[in-house]
Design a protein around this ligand. Structure first.
Ligand code: AHR
Length: 498
């Protein structure tokens, strides 16, 4: 059997984990809003038409922040269409996804949904078809207490208290030719800088995210960040990252090795941020908002056949299998391991569209395979991240060399009583693993949760949950040493009481 050693040392502190790295995303796309969070005809709809079962799972996931309203959608969005009496709101052609937007949910409803779901809003402004003026008005509408045109309109629309949105995206994926209002880095950098200035003049307490590259494969990647940050370094707090992976070649070892790419991507973006910091002789550190990440490819074929100009169409409804859950777990481990720089991250998205939660219009709700690593990380991954030294077998794939079969990280939990170790085994074989816990004298095993499945392609449906975690007895602690057999292809959460 393969063997591995994990070294856990209390002094290998990466840093405090910002709870917002367990964020999510709701875009006006497919059935994320209409049929997802909002379904007024549903038996479980509340007084505003929000599905209470979706809210319940959002709470179970302890989602700390939800990005809204896009995504590509935001680059053509007039936020004013979505406020005021619902019967007066216009229907529009939506050019990011070729759908009809009926505007029955807008800024006010989404902020209200977030309150009911115990989460915060991360709001994106449109820098595709619009700019600084619409953005500063939106900040005024959301955050200004009263006594001005936009704040009084919010009050008139039924929201006396400001929504107090603290975190804002300056546009979305502006480097992508598919984006409505695509810009060069120079054009975007200038627009983002001027927009940031006036948004902050309206509310100096807000935090701002500049658009980074849409993915690591963009030809302009890194040059884009260098130019954008050259313009915006003093005006923003974060640069965004987005990355999706797919197993299009059905090459599981290569697919699971994508955590190596994600880690390199983060390190490279850090380097570009630090280059601009050095160039500007700045004392400020630029942080990362990894505000879109997930597996995304299953719906490619169905999307190609999708009918245009529908309201709330089925679109991008990836049905996730077991190996997707493994990679999602590995991506979460990667985010935690980089918690010193990654302060915000959003699994894209929350419901129906590349999502951990699925619903039927007017009907049932169920948890996809990727729900569980997200749940575990969000609930048990809060506190201080500890780097683990991982000594384990390695493998080569089409795209990567020397891929460790284990991805691992530990978290000293904020309750002061627990340490949680997350480990993903990418190897088909079990790995006999030892970990010295002598830095936590007298510690004992609280529980181990394990997710394995004989079929990498197994999926969950509304009728049958084939992939779910279960308690495991594979771990034991003796004389300050943890010994555990990590099953082949497994996601593992080991909780130790200090
Ligand atoms: O999350 C789906 C889409 O992926 C978003 O709209 C866009 O930002 C990204 O390309």
């Amino acid at each position: 059997m393969k063997k591995a050693t994990l070294t856990l040392d209390r002094s290998y502190r990466v840093g405090k984990i910002d709870r917002r790295i367990y964020g999510s995303f709701i875009e006006h796309i497919g059935r994320a809003v209409y049929g997802g969070i909002y379904d007024p005809g549903h038996p479980l709809a509340d007084d505003q038409g929000f599905r209470k079962d979706v809210i319940a799972l959002t709470k179970e996931l302890m989602v700390p922040i939800v990005r809204y309203p896009g995504g590509n959608f935001v680059s053509g969005y007039n936020w004013e269409d979505g406020i005021g009496p619902k019967e007066l709101r216009p229907k529009r052609t939506e050019l990011a996804w070729f759908a009809i937007e009926n505007n029955q949910v807008g800024v006010d409803e989404f902020c209200e949904w977030a309150r009911r779901a115990n989460t915060e809003v991360m709001m994106a402004v449109n820098l595709g078809t619009r700019g600084a003026d619409a953005a500063r008005n939106l900040v005024e509408y959301c955050n200004f207490p009263s006594g001005t045109y936009w704040s009084d309109l919010r009050i008139q629309n039924g929201y006396r208290d400001p929504h107090n949105v603290k975190l804002w995206n300056l546009g979305n994926e502006m480097d992508g030719p598919w984006q409505i209002g695509h810009k060069t880095a120079e054009e975007y950098g200038r627009a983002a800088c001027e927009t940031a200035k006036v948004m902050r003049w309206v509310d100096p307490s807000i935090e701002l995210v500049a658009c980074g590259s849409s993915n690591s494969g963009m030809p302009t990647c890194y040059d884009w960040e260098a130019t954008v940050l050259d313009h915006t370094y003093d005006f923003v707090d974060y640069i965004s990252m987005h990355q999706y992976y797919g197993n299009r070649d059905n090459d599981t070892p290569n697919f699971l090795a994508n955590t190596v790419d994600m880690d390199h991507f983060i390190k490279n973006i850090e380097s570009v941020c630090d280059y601009v910091k050095a160039k500007k002789r700045s004392k400020k550190t630029m942080y990362i908002s990894f505000d879109e990440w997930n597996v995304w490819y299953h719906a490619d074929e169905a999307n190609a056949k999708a009918e245009k100009w529908q309201e709330g169409p089925s679109f991008n409804e990836d049905i996730y299998n077991f190996e997707d859950a493994l990679l999602a777990g590995g991506m979460l481990i990667t985010l935690i391991r980089n918690a010193d720089r990654v302060k915000v991250a959003c699994q894209a998205q929350l419901v129906n569209v590349i999502a951990p939660v699925m619903t039927e219009n007017g009907g049932r709700i169920w948890k996809q395979t990727i729900y569980y690593p997200y749940l575990h990380a969000s609930v048990y991954g809060r506190g201080t991240a500890l780097e683990m030294l991982v000594d384990c077998p390695k493998y080569d794939t089409k795209d990567y060399t020397d891929v460790p079969v284990l991805d691992a990280v530990a978290v000293e939990n904020e309750d002061g009583e627990h340490v949680t170790v997350f480990v993903m085994n990418k190897s088909p074989e079990a790995v006999e693993t030892e970990c010295d816990l002598r830095d936590y004298p007298g510690c004992r095993l609280e529980e181990m949760l394990e997710m394995t499945c004989p079929d990498l392609k197994a999926v969950n449906t509304a009728d049958c949950e084939r992939v779910a975690p279960h308690p495991s007895s594979a771990a034991r602690i003796e004389d300050g040493r943890l010994s555990v057999k990590l099953e082949g292809y497994s996601w593992n959460v080991i909780r130790v009481r200090r």
